[in-house]
Design a protein around this ligand. Sequence first.
Ligand SMILES: C[S@@+](CC[C@H](N)C(=O)[O-])C[C@H]1O[C@@H](n2cnc3c(N)ncnc32)[C@H](O)[C@@H]1O
Length: 181
Amino acid sequence: MYNYCGELCVINHYIIKTFLKNNNIALDCTLGNGHDTDFLKDNFKEIYSFDIQKCAVDAYKDKNYENVNVILDSHSNIDKYLNKNIDCAMYNLGFLPGGNKEITTLGETSLESIKKALELLNEGGLITIALYSGHDEGKKEKDLLYNFFETLPKNKYGVMEHKYMNRSENAPSLIVIEKKI
Ligand SMILES: C[S@@+](CC[C@H](N)C(=O)[O-])C[C@H]1O[C@@H](n2cnc3c(N)ncnc32)[C@H](O)[C@@H]1O
């Protein structure tokens, strides 16, 4: 068992909890089975969680949490639901574990969404993106997003990658984007 080099989602939650100073509004841009929204709802005042799969949205709506807005729509439409700034956005890209592997995030829509989230992000805010390149769409998505991340101006954004160096090159990786104060 590893305390640090185990699950990227544990590191992801730790980074948000430790380094984010304001905890008002957060987005979960890929609700899925709701583990990230569960984390966000305990740590932020107001959450907006998106998924294109009705089963994921209905399952989470049944939990009836007062501070979580569950939205059946693509994360590329976040601007239709929010006109306020956010402190955090989480993306856990790929397909729903245990679900239909044909329904997966797509590079173009993920990129569109991340660009919109960056516009809404407060100074000091964080966007985290967990990527899986073990399938064809995931590989394309990773290439597209990494090309974009490399273009973000360093005087405005810090961008860091967490990856396993001694696992397959398709092992998941975690990107953290921080907007400079
Ligand atoms: C890896 S899962 C997310 C896991 C989730 N964060 C959790 O804690 O269980 C990816 C999810 O993204 C969803 N998804 C795919 N395309 C999407 C889109 N354009 N907008 C929002 N969600 C999308 C899928 O339906 C799937 O449920």
